[in-house]
Design a protein around this ligand. Sequence first.
Ligand SMILES: NC(=O)c1ccc[n+]([C@@H]2O[C@H](COP(=O)([O-])OP(=O)(O)OC[C@H]3O[C@@H](n4cnc5c(N)ncnc54)[C@H](OP(=O)(O)O)[C@@H]3O)[C@@H](O)[C@H]2O)c1
Length: 338
Amino acid sequence: MYTASAARYDDMKYKRCGKSGLLLPVISLGLWHNFGDMDDFANMQQIIFSAFDCGITHFDLANNYGPPAGEAEINFGKIFKQDLRPYRDEMIISSKAGYYMWPGPYGEWGSRKYLIASLDQSLKRIGVDYVDIFYSHRFDPNTPLEETMMTLDQIVRSGKALYAGISSYDAEQTTKAIAILKSLGTPCLIHQPRYSMYDRWIEQPNAVVNKSVLDILGEEGIGCIAFSPLAQGLLTDKYLETIPAASRVGRGLSNGAISQNDISAAKIEQSRKLNEIAMKRGQSLAQMAIAWLLKDERITSVLVGASSTAQLNENANALKNMDFTHDELYNIEQVLRQ
Ligand SMILES: NC(=O)c1ccc[n+]([C@@H]2O[C@H](COP(=O)([O-])OP(=O)(O)OC[C@H]3O[C@@H](n4cnc5c(N)ncnc54)[C@H](OP(=O)(O)O)[C@@H]3O)[C@@H](O)[C@H]2O)c1
């Protein structure tokens, strides 16, 4: 029987999610990988418990995480039921719908039909009455945005989710979604984009609205939680010498995971240089990559994945050095521009 550490709130930092009332840990844990049916259940338990013990209160899921799709919610649900239920009010559990879940015309994208059916399925798999945040996982070009946003509003009003979010919407889509949700009286709490030293698309101004996603979120007072902050492992020291068999690349995973093609000699050289800067700062490359994202006030939290408690603890220890000198930032920028 798990008992949470009494020291769990001693070291973690919590940041307000935009202008909302919700505080999120600056490091959150995502269950996209490592929580499927080929993964070890005891290891999953230890990762979740270690996270909670170091103040990571936020666990991010989606209907399709596994594999197979749904399995991460089932496994998290088992862990929750066995050991975490007493801590429900200390936890922020999120889920999403948008990607393919079941056959036929109602099993993906952004219709009211799909989103509500999918959330009902997620709640059953996890074994909770509500999720804290429910996201539209991706913009649907063929469903009126009003319908998708009205559904998020309806979900929040029904009590099945406490807050609404959007994921991977570009700046134009984000602007429209925020406006619709505002008009409905359910403000957009948070945006979940991919963001790392290696993928900085949310910093780039969009041609139509002439603003970046980050600018919009900052102006509108909406939180931002960055997914794949370690570029799925490229921004750690794990691929600097070889491709470990047990790694995401070594395991040859599909469903959006990085593969051997992403590990070019140029990328490894870049990571090596960044690793040298990190070592001079007295931290690992993973820790520096996390700290680098959090230096921007608009980033509420970074959403890391972990395949072991050692990785999780290493990542949480990024908090020990979050400050950058002017020179360090300059040197990092030089490497990123190569
Ligand atoms: N909204 C969306 O569309 C979307 C898309 C993708 C992800 N997400 C969310 O973001 C979360 C995180 O994504 P991600 O897993 O790609 O994030 P990530 O943190 O960039 O990558 C996690 C992977 O990096 C490796 N790693 C982590 N810490 C390490 C360390 N200290 N040293 C060495 N290797 C380390 C592990 O890979 P190994 O397995 O190789 O050990 C781990 O599985 C997901 O779980 C999900 O919640 C959302």
